[in-house]
Design a protein around this ligand. Structure first.
Ligand SMILES: CSCC[C@H](NC=O)C(=O)O
Ligand SMILES: [Zn+2]
Ligand SMILES: [Zn+2]
Length: 415
């Protein structure tokens, strides 16, 4: 059983989860209204910046007693991926809390819960009379799920961001099925690989070499073998999924359309396949490119390709986007201590399989960790029936209270 204050915190989470923030048409206006109102009710300074019209980025600030010190930034994206209501136990934007305390909603884990937890942690700290030495900022950003070009990428490039003098960032992480919280020091970098093949067309009945489809199928097979070699390392336990290269086919485009589907007795002269490619942060790109040139899409087999990077892979000093998680990073030490002091356990730091806005912060040379305090919780981001337990949500607020008070008090000498 929870206190009336805790029940109100749960209700505020539910209210935010009921706002339809899913792509392709996220209701950013309603989300901004809600979040700005929450921030102001806590007595925090809050404003909306529209780097791109219709895509507000909210900046909430709690000034520190020594604003000359580098600040702490807590980031969360406002947008969500779509949901298929027919496949859910409860409607994805109703935020229904069942008898077991599970709150079902798109965004319950990814990542609307952490935005409310940041705010509620500040509410509690403020009410307890805590005064941060370093300023604490919350950024609530649009478009993370579609790559962040109009969101976090604009933000880190802005004068407003520079003025925050950010020393350390916490961004979203991922749920943990065990009782240890997970923490992420890097993301894999997201790429798209598009391979196109051309070849002589021909009658559907004819056997001939070098057709576009044949060449493209050779490409798909070569990539499938590579994919298996990577996946085998994961299955054998020698590497984590985020430590290998993933290459997954996401579309295929070929054939000669007809009113009833496709012309069946015609071998097409063009074919195309697209892959989602994710690279660990220290991958040697030249090795991958040589593999594509020589094995996957050789020019001599009439194939061409595009390998498109979605965002930065190096920081402003040319280093891979990796945040140190050892004693060389005082923010890390303070973070770890604070999580332990809150009664939480911390798993070994990991690379995140997917991609977050933290890469834009790391690009600026700012140490950034991915962290969502959701222990004993199945990983349901982008899945049906995404949920978060009320008790897990409330515990997360306590964890953030410890983390925010510790990090905002980090002495000047250490960072
Ligand atoms: C091309 S960046 C896309 C970012 C996205 N983030 C969450 O799922 C992802 O696919 O990882
Ligand atoms: Zn997310
Ligand atoms: Zn997501």
């Amino acid at each position: 059983s929870f206190t009336p204050q805790q029940e109100e915190q749960i209700e505020r989470l539910q209210r935010y989860l009921r706002i339809r923030t899913a792509h392709p048409d996220p209701d950013y206006a309603a989300a901004a209204d809600f979040l700005l109102e929450e921030a102001r009710s806590i007595g925090l300074h809050a404003l909306a910046i529209e780097f791109v019209p219709g895509k507000p980025l909210l900046l909430i600030s709690w000034p520190g007693s020594d604003p000359s010190l580098p600040s702490l930034l807590l980031n969360s994206h406002i947008d969500s991926v779509p949901a298929e209501p027919s496949r859910w136990l409860h409607p994805p934007f109703a935020a229904i809390r069942d008898a077991a305390g599970r709150i079902f909603a798109r965004g319950a884990q990814d990542d609307k819960s952490i935005a409310v937890q940041y705010l509620e942690a500040l509410r509690n700290l403020k009410a307890a009379g805590f005064v941060p030495a370093r300023s604490v900022h919350i950024s609530l950003v649009p478009d993370e799920e579609i790559g962040g070009a109009d969101g976090a990428a604009r933000f880190v490039a802005s004068e407003q961001f520079r003025a925050l003098n950010v020393g350390f960032v916490l961004d979203e992480g991922q749920a943990s099925p065990t009782d240890e919280f997970r923490v992420f020091y890097a993301d894999r970098s997201p790429w798209s690989l598009i391979v196109r093949a051309v070849g002589a067309p021909g009658h559907g009945s004819r056997m001939f070499d070098g057709g576009a489809m044949e060449n493209l199928m050779d490409c798909v097979q070569a990539i499938a073998r590579f994919r298996e070699s990577q996946f085998d390392q994961v299955k054998s336990g020698s590497k984590a999924a985020s430590e290998v290269i993933s290459v997954n086919p996401v579309y295929m485009k070929a054939g000669t359309p007809s009113p009833t589907g496709f012309v069946m007795n015609m071998q097409p002269s063009e074919a195309e396949v697209g892959f989602d490619v994710r690279l660990p942060p220290t991958t040697d790109l030249s090795v991958l490119k040589r593999r594509i040139d020589e094995e996957w899409a050789p020019n001599i087999k009439n194939m061409t390709y595009q390998l498109i990077l979605k965002g930065p892979i190096r920081d402003n000093k040319g280093r891979p986007l990796v945040t140190p998680t050892d004693e060389s990073n005082p923010w890390w030490s303070a973070f770890k201590q604070a999580v332990l002091a809150s009664g939480g356990k911390l798993a070994k730091p990991e690379i995140l399989s997917s991609t977050t806005d933290a890469r834009f912060m790391r690009q600026m040379g700012i140490p950034s960790l991915g962290f969502s305090p959701m222990a004993n919780t199945p990983i349901l981001l982008h899945d049906h029936n995404e949920f978060l337990m009320d008790s897990v949500f409330l515990k997360g607020i306590k964890v953030y209270e410890h983390v925010i008070s510790a990090l905002s008090s980090l002495p000047e000498t250490s960072a």
